[in-house]
Design a protein around this ligand. Structure first.
Ligand code: DGY
Length: 429
């Protein structure tokens, strides 16, 4: 890529982030997602930090200001009304000001906060201290509410908590969810995006049944831990939390909070132990585990490679996983597809059942670099660059054709461009 094209794309990415700024927080994209989303905001802070470090800290602070008294940081914060999205505050019934959803999302915030702190633009240590305390309470909530028996694996209670909403991993655990009481509702997502790129009605009925279950039980964590129809250890969520705990420990040490650092380190060790149960000898990779039935998911997904992002992977396993990644890459033009492209359930343009996501690519690539697979990491970065440069800043992309899917002018894709995928000086032709 030449300098001019790079600069034009950098400028477009910055414009997207500015246009999606709603004052202290950034929406993922207008119409489809008009509020503050948890992991979107955290990942967007990385892009913001490339041109406005102060605004990047604010993004995290605004998100974490919506923390619940029990420590949970919700997956959506409804700062302003918008009729264009469903389910809204009434369906969640969370009884909070500002209104929020009742579930959480992958906790990437600590990993991002560590990066902001290490930024050459002179960090404000007091800001970091406040965040460290909030993040510690959120992470402790994961341990208490989602792993009450201390097994080292945290559960999700809704596919939306994984952030990878309609991944085939959830098909079996979701199949027992009773949808008979769900009633009529009007989806808004398919009014903004072609239905072929979104979850199907049967999935949505189950999503709504799980929302209603939480709301009807006032989001009581004990009741949910014992009776939730959906209680699954997502490989992605567990990998991201493990990584977040080690980054929180680092940050807490850096700002003089040794007790928080020790707690985060202890939780990280516990998660590392639990992660062993996600290894599938049969598949040669890490997979999600249905904690109600003790059944592992039958297929690998892009989340399997987040094991590298979580920490170090035993070399023999790492080699096996890298061979599988190479097999996937033979099947697609752009890596990494969100689901196994050799599997009949693979669907190249339907949300999390095949498409490539820039944010997952960043995490996988980051993890591969840390585990010594620098070339493989670079291939993922250049694939991401090509998708964005050729197609635009879409929510996700077909790994076969590069077609953009879901929302356009998407904040986290713009952020990944600025903070990771844009060419470095020695990569400019
Ligand atoms: C949606 O509405 O599709 C969101 O992904 C839920 O977080």
């Amino acid at each position: 890529m030449d300098q001019k094209s790079k600069e034009a794309l950098d400028e477009s990415a910055r414009t997207i982030l500015k246009q999606n700024d709603r004052g202290g927080y950034t929406i993922p994209t207008k119409d489809l997602y008009p509020f503050q989303w948890n992991w979107d905001s955290s990942l967007v802070a990385l892009g913001l930090s490339t041109f406005d470090l102060d605004r990047a800290w604010t993004e995290l602070e605004t998100l974490l200001s919506a923390q619940w008294d029990n420590g949970m940081v919700p997956h959506i914060v409804f700062w302003k009304d918008d009729e264009g999205y469903f389910p809204g505050p009434g369906e969640w019934g969370a009884q909070r000001t500002p209104p929020t959803s009742g579930i959480t999302q992958p906790p990437v915030a600590a990993t991002v906060a560590r990066r902001l702190f290490a930024h050459p633009g002179n960090p404000d240590a007091r800001r970091a201290v406040r965040l460290v305390e909030t993040l510690d309470r959120w992470h402790q909530w994961f341990a208490d509410a989602r792993d009450p028996n201390g097994t080292g694996l945290v559960a999700i209670i809704h596919p939306w908590e994984s952030g990878r909403d309609n991944l085939p991993d959830w098909d079996v655990p979701l199949s027992i969810v009773d949808t008979s009481g769900v009633g009529e509702y009007r989806r808004r997502d398919t009014e903004h995006v072609d239905a072929s790129q979104r979850p199907q009605k049967a999935d949505y009925d189950r999503y709504m049944a799980l929302v209603q279950f939480g709301r009807d039980n006032a989001w009581d964590t004990d009741v949910i831990a014992h009776h939730s129809p959906f209680w699954v250890a997502d490989v992605g969520m567990n990998a991201i939390l493990r990584r977040a705990e080690t980054d929180l420990a680092w940050l807490a040490d850096a700002v003089g909070k040794p007790l928080i650092a020790a707690r985060a380190t202890a939780r990280a060790r516990q998660l590392e132990k639990g992660f062993e149960r996600l290894w599938s000898e049969k598949l040669g990779g890490y997979v999600s585990l249905d904690l109600k039935t003790n059944q592992q998911a039958s297929d690998l997904s892009a989340g399997s490679w987040l094991a590298f992002y979580a920490g170090s992977v035993h070399p023999a396993r790492a080699e096996q996983m890298m061979q599988l990644l190479a097999k996937w890459q033979e099947k697609v033009r752009y890596s990494v597809p969100s689901f196994d492209p050799t599997n009949p359930l693979f669907d190249d343009i339907r949300y999390w059942r095949g498409p490539v996501w820039a944010i997952i690519n960043w995490m996988i690539s980051e993890g591969l670099t840390r585990n010594g697979y620098v070339q493989a990491a670079d291939r993922i970065r250049t694939d991401t660059r090509a998708l964005i440069a050729d197609t635009g800043f879409f929510e996700y992309f077909s790994p076969l054709t590069a077609q953009g899917g879901g929302g356009d002018f998407f904040s986290w894709t713009a952020s990944m461009w600025l903070s990771w995928a844009t060419p470095l000086p020695d990569e400019i032709a």
